[in-house]
Structures are given as structure tokens and as C-alpha cells.
Design a protein around this ligand. Structure first.
Ligand SMILES: C[S@@+](CC[C@H](N)C(=O)[O-])C[C@H]1O[C@@H](n2cnc3c(N)ncnc32)[C@H](O)[C@@H]1O
Length: 355
């Protein structure tokens, strides 16, 4: 049995954006298929209509290159109408027929309230599943780091998928849960922290997010993002007409300027630009593009707010334009964009300059 589907998790409400993204990227790579995306389902399948195995497309579409996907799996046909008396046999039979083997088993649900009600069932099934899979040789100590995922969408419906090290989220459900720091001035602080986890490898934090660096935070008030920069020991230009948190100002590391973030220019080259201003994506991109072309910073993290219907189109056009302008200006840069767990109607973009 060759898997003919890819399965992606996403924030509920973003299924059509993820489906649009996958269809566009798969077809640009020469793959034929169609998406299965239900509104508010929190996941999207892409069904191949050709003979090549789905693993090849899975490799060609790395998770880190996708905007709206939280997790990416090679998947089998969903199992439906499972009997209450014996949910496990069809699952075990499908695994054995697929010839798959793994080192671990994760049972998950979409990020919806309905699905969370399945957590008791999932817990009860974990041990019996593991022991039956071990008996059949599908769960072993060494299996290339592969993981079996069971995505339960109802008590009688589950889809089996497999993930591979280096091309998956290591967080259950693809969700990076972070603890809110009690002295941070706003919950937005978690967006910048998650962005760093996503875009800066942990072993590079000491050199790329280090004490004494200089940063600008455009649209900084009340200071959630500035708080993260200050926590890393950076000096920050906080640009906003609104008031900044007093505790943050007392650190002596923040210079608060009541200026327009779209026109303010830094006095020297900075290490980081971050921007959380609520405005049209095209306007934010124009501003960041000016910073990058003039090489006013080495790295940037900024959000694109997406109140519109066709979010994937807005994001892909914006990113393509930024990429084109940087190439034309001979700026050697890496651009990445992800819909983070702490993002709502917005995505986070990271750009790193190399020259
Ligand atoms: C979503 S809030 C930022 C929250 C902040 N990142 C935090 O973590 O606390 C957006 C901010 O952008 C500011 N803003 C809007 N337009 C601006 C502009 N043209 N220049 C500077 N700040 C602006 C608003 O005053 C508001 O404080």
C-alpha cells in the first residue's frame, strides 16, 4: 500500500489558505492532486492523482518552507466508522499493510474544541496500541527516527500519517506552547519569542541574539516585543506614539521615540528590526524593503496582518515582491514566513541578510 496523501495541520479557519498554498506549490513542482479542506477542521489533506509515491513530494515541500502548515505528514486513507468495540484492529491492519515502522507513536487531534473532547479516548488507547504495534514489529527501537501520527477527528474516525526527522514539527499538534512571562507588558511578547524559536536555531541564540546588540521595535507599545529584546540584553529604539511600560523604561536599555515607524530611520546600522504595526501588508513590506535595501539591519522579524479573505494570495504576492526587490538590489538574503501558533489573523516573516 503506497501512501497517496499528504496531511497538514493548521489553525482552524485557515484551511482554504493552506489548501491554496499546497496546490500552488505542488503544481509548481509538477505534481497533480487535489486538496480536501473543510472549514474550521484544523487540517488539510492533499490527495495525489498520480502514481509517484507521496514521500517524494513530502521531501520537496519542506515544512519550514510552508506558511500555513503546523505539521506535515505522509498519510494513508482515513479510517472511518470504526467500531466502538474494536477500534484498534483496523488501525493495526492498515499499519501492517503499509509496511511502515516507527520509533514512536503520537495520537493527536485537530486544534478544535470538539476534538479536544477525545483526549480521554486517546489516553486509553495509547498503551494497547503501542503493545500491539510492537508485537507486529511496526514499533521498534530503531526505525530512522520515523514517528506514527494518529489524527483523531472523531471517536470513530482517524487518519494515519508518518513524519520524518528534519522535516516535521517536534511539538505535538505542531503547536509550540510557551509560558507567558509574568512581567512582560503584553501577551504579544510570545509572538516574538516563538518567532525566534522558529527562525533562529537554539545553538545560534548566543551569537545572533546577544547582549549589547542594537535593535529597533516599530509599533512597540506597550512593549511586549521590546521586553524580549531587552531580556536578551539588547539596546532598543522603541518607536510608537503610545506609552511604553514603565518597568521596561526603567531598565535604561530602551529609548522611546514618539515617531512614525514608516518614516523613522536609524542613526546607524542595527542588528535587529522588529515590527508589529497593524497596517496593510503592502505598506509594511515597502517599509521593511527600504530598511533591507539600505542595509539598516542584519535581521528582521515583522508581522503581516491578514484581515482579508484571500490570505494566501496576499502573503505570496507580498513575499514574491520582497524577494524580487532584494534580488534587484543585490541584497543576499534568506526570507522565511510562518503562521505561528501565537499568530492569529497574521503571519510572521523573518529576513536575514548575508552581505
Ligand atoms: C499590535 S500593537 C504592538 C504591540 C507590541 N508589539 C507589544 O508586544 O506590546 C501595534 C502598535 O503599533 C503602533 N503604531 C501604529 N501605527 C504606527 C506608526 N505609523 N508608527 C509607529 N507605531 C505605530 C500602535 O500605536 C500600537 O501601539
Amino acid at each position: 500500500m503506497t501512501p497517496q496523501q499528504l496531511l497538514f495541520y493548521c489553525r482552524p479557519g485557515f484551511e482554504s489558505d493552506l489548501a491554496g498554498e499546497i496546490v500552488a506549490k505542488a503544481s509548481a513542482l509538477g505534481w497533480q492532486g487535489y486538496p480536501l479542506a473543510q472549514p474550521q477542521a484544523g487540517h488539510v489533506a492533499f490527495v495525489l492523482t498520480e502514481e509517484r509515491p507521496a514521500n517524494a513530494l513530502h521531501r520537496a515541500l519542506p515544512l519550514e518552507s510552508l506558511v500555513f502548515a503546523r505539521q506535515s505528514l505522509v498519510a494513508l486513507e482515513p479510517l472511518e466508522a470504526l467500531s466502538r468495540d474494536d477500534r484498534l484492529s483496523p488501525i493495526i491492519e492498515q499499519v501492517v499493510a503499509s509496511g511502515w515502522s516507527f520509533e514512536s507513536l503520537w495520537q493527536e487531534t485537530p486544534d478544535t474544541n470538539d476534538a479536544k473532547a477525545l483526549s480521554g479516548l486517546i489516553k486509553a488507547l495509547q498503551r494497547p496500541l503501542e503493545s500491539m504495534l510492537k508485537k507486529r514489529g511496526a514499533l521498534r527501537r530503531k526505525a530512522g527516527g520515523r514517528r506514527l501520527h494518529l489524527l483523531w477527528t472523531d471517536g470513530d474516525r482517524v487518519q494515519l500519517g508518518m513524519s520524518f526527522p528534519g522535516n516535521r514539527s517536534e511539538q505535538p499538534g505542531g503547536i509550540r506552547r510557551l509560558r507567558f512571562p509574568h512581567d512582560a507588558p503584553s501577551r504579544s511578547t510570545l509572538k516574538l519569542e516563538e518567532a525566534w524559536h522558529e527562525f533562529v536555531p537554539r545553538d545560534q541564540w548566543e551569537t545572533r541574539l546577544s547582549e549589547g546588540m542594537q535593535a529597533a521595535d516599530l509599533g512597540a507599545a506597550p512593549g511586549g516585543w521590546t521586553w524580549q529584546l531587552v531580556k536578551r540584553g539588547m539596546q532598543v529604539y522603541a518607536i510608537d506614539n503610545g506609552p511604553m511600560d514603565r518597568g521596561l523604561m526603567a531598565t535604561g536599555l530602551v529609548e522611546h521615540l514618539r515617531e512614525d515607524g514608516f518614516v523613522w530611520a536609524p542613526p546607524m546600522r542595527l542588528d535587529w528590526l522588529v515590527c508589529d504595526i497593524v497596517d496593510k501588508p503592502a505598506r509594511v513590506i515597502d517599509m521593511v524593503e527600504r530598511w533591507l535595501v539600505k542595509r539598516w539591519c542584519r535581521e528582521a522579524v515583522f508581522n503581516l496582518k491578514l484581515p482579508m479573505k484571500r490570505r494566501w494570495e496576499a502573503v505570496s504576492e507580498g513575499l514574491a515582491r520582497l524577494d524580487r526587490s532584494l534580488s534587484e538590489a543585490r541584497v543576499d538574503a534568506e526570507i522565511a514566513c510562518r503562521h505561528l501558533y501565537h499568530d492569529r489573523e497574521e503571519v510572521t516573516v523573518h529576513v536575514r541578510l548575508f552581505n
